[in-house]
Write a protein that binds this ligand. Structure first.
Ligand code: ZN
Length: 290
């Protein structure tokens, strides 16, 4: 019999925080569960990553309605993972936007990822029966960069490099200097690297740093406010990704098998990162992928 995933026993409800980051940006965070970003433009609202089910998304909508009655016109998917996309139908948005690379990943791995994430993380898929059959398909895709104008508010969707997946997209508000990173950046939460590009990820984080965000909404963990906190989030993610990859490379170069490399890498990283949420859940995927 295979050992149950650490996350299957993880059933505790998390406390939601709804944080205003600028005149146009809000963060919906939940103590390390997947975050949602909200951009309120002059004429419409954009939701960045949807929550895992339509019922869970209703709580995001309730928070949005506490601050604006503008229509939720756009849903933006930072990448293809099920916990980010399966709540999309709740918003009734006119458009679901993603990079073409994310669109391609939905086709290649969407069904498999949906089945495996729901199986591994039942708590994250509250009222999973509310998820419509099939997959969430973008209605608009782009490559590299796309700019939306929500009235006078400029919203840039940027592929600044691969990292967490090949389709990673960040949302950047140049006027407010607020960035929504998706899972490219985590805070007090373990990066999942099952689809990752380890050799690209640090450079991608440099490209985010170069934008000089004043606030950053990570994929998981609290919203980062002020340059010092943003730098801390970027540095923590980079350190984890680099140390994990170095450890696996050393083990593989020495001819050790996956089991030994996994054990050694967990031992090396646990003192620094073992307290981050989903550490035990991510490590088997991260080491195997590296
Ligand atoms: Zn992800």
């Amino acid at each position: 019999m295979s050992k149950a995933f650490a996350s299957q026993a993880d059933l505790e409800e998390k406390q939601v925080t709804f944080t205003k980051l600028s005149d146009h940006a809000y963060a919906y965070t939940a103590e390390g569960d997947p975050n949602t970003g909200i951009v309120v433009g002059d004429d419409a609202v954009m939701v960045i990553d949807t929550q895992a089910t339509p019922v869970m998304a209703q709580d995001v909508i309730r928070r949005i309605r506490e601050v604006t009655d503008k229509p939720i016109r756009y849903v933006m998917l930072s990448h293809y993972h099920a916990v980010r996309v399966l709540g999309a139908s709740a918003y009734g948005a006119e458009h679901v936007i993603a990079s073409q690379d994310t669109y391609d990943l939905i086709g290649e791995r969407g069904e498999a990822d949906k089945a495996s994430e729901i199986g591994r993380f039942p708590r994250l898929f509250r009222n999973v029966e509310s998820v419509p059959a099939g997959l969430t398909w973008p209605t608009i895709t782009f490559t590299g960069k796309m700019t939306l104008w929500l009235g006078k508010l400029e919203v840039q969707l940027l592929q600044v490099g691969r990292g967490h997946t090949k389709g990673d997209t960040v949302v950047w508000l140049p006027q407010d200097r607020v960035l929504f990173s998706g899972d490219l950046v985590e805070f007090d939460a373990t990066p999942y690297a099952g689809d990752a590009y380890f050799q690209d990820w640090p450079q991608t984080l440099d490209n985010i740093t170069a934008l000089k965000p004043l606030a950053l909404v990570p994929g998981r963990g609290a919203a980062l406010q002020g340059e010092a906190q943003v730098a801390k989030g970027l540095a923590g993610t980079r350190a984890f990704v680099s140390e994990l990859y170095d450890s696996v490379r050393q083990g593989a170069t020495a001819g050790k098998d996956l089991k030994a490399v996994y054990r050694e890498t967990c031992e090396k990283l646990r003192p620094s990162y073992g307290h981050w949420v989903i550490f035990d859940h991510c490590m088997p995927f991260d080491v195997t992928s590296a």
